[in-house]
Design a binder for this molecule. Sequence first.
Ligand code: SF4
Length: 489
Amino acid sequence: MTTMRTLFLNPPSFAGFDGGAGARYQATREIKSFWFPTWLAQPAAMIPNSKLIDAPADDIPLAQVVQMARGFDLCVIHTSTPSFDNDAKVAERLKQEYPKMLIGFVGAHVAVLPEESLTASKAIDFVGREEFDYTLLEVAQGRPFGEIDGISYRLNGAVVHNKDRALIDDMDSLPSVLDVYKRDLAVENYYIGYLQHPYVSLYTGRGCPARCTFCLWPQTVGGHVYRTKSAEAVIAEMAKAKEYFPQVKEFFFDDDTFTADLPRAAAIAKGLGKLGITWSCNSRANVPYEYLKTFKENGLRLLLVGYESGNQQVLNNIKKGIRLDIAREFTKNCRKLGIVIHGTFILGLPGETKETIAQTSKFACELDVETIQVSLAAAYPGTELYRQSTQNGWFKKDEMVRNDGTQAATIEYPGILSAREINDSVARMYSKFYFRPRPIGRMLVSMAKDPLERKRRLREGAEFLRYLWGRQKPKAAQPAVAEREQVLA
Ligand code: SF4
């Protein structure tokens, strides 16, 4: 069967913007960071002769993207709440240049708000809701819109929503994204501060059984059942990864919670151990010691752990399902085994006060994990936190990112905690954590051991200090790429 020539596009946006095709929260980060655009690479792997362009990672300006899009019949753009307006302008520019090109939007934002998205711009021909891999395959195969589950589109001036696309059960039926990575991406352009460079991230399953109220993907596109590839399939894929990317120092499993199915994770670990692969993954702070030991003995280097808060009531409010004492025990076990932790925290969650912020900051220092990330609570449409924020009048403003693409404080608790106070506490918590002798010592040791590491850490240190300084003061207007280039045109 012939298929349309299909372009998958992570569009140009704010400078350094890490968008939704791979990132859990979409923003320009403290230091240069790009996740692999896995959500686009997956359908790209299913459609012959497709192409994936990751404009932010490859630093491709809009004018060049427009040139590169020549000859494609279908363009699929991954969008997000903070970048939607910009991405719609990219679509309009493409449509202006190639009026016959079919343009579809995918991602959690349009999955939740299909009607609003289609109404926002005539350049968007359809929206792929839910899990869109097979939806896009059917569009590329030229099936009539009326027969394709999971799309919304305009018909005779009205927006039509077809029936929902069922979640994919047989994850082994999905082809590997590695061929697309190898064909279309420059692996060296992807950085994550706490991962070795170069790294590669990919998925072995989708969905998370936990119910955290702020978490975007399980509540919008992934669901609450962890649907996985078999351990055998993952091990075979990783053997291929090792062969394709001999320069890669670390492979990251970006499943929402790779440790949600521990026996499977252990079976995969044993296979990776035999392959001699260094790996890392997302985890909850509750993995028992015996499993951690198996993982460590089989190449696990780092766990990315969402601690979120140092206050139990705040954790209960967001349905984290984790006790602080268990998190402490887990962290001790990781330290004992030599497993590095990147801990993530969120300030401004429901129930937050100045005191709970201080507790979270103290908790992070007490855990003394290798590195931390401090985010502002972000209420994305489609999440329980969004509904709570709307009902309780917590929204301070709409824009989720500032005019330089960094995260903005959007919610506040009137009479208790202002958006400004939440915003300022991010820089304070970072400073408290990093300007201690231990993290500084760790950094100096790693820089002394490896000249490449030294160069990278110095760059990241400078970026980080710029970020801390920038959080204290308002930004000069810096429009996103689509706008900037229109101004320049
Ligand atoms: S455990 Fe992590 S991935 Fe799962 S719902 Fe909570 S925050 Fe999201």
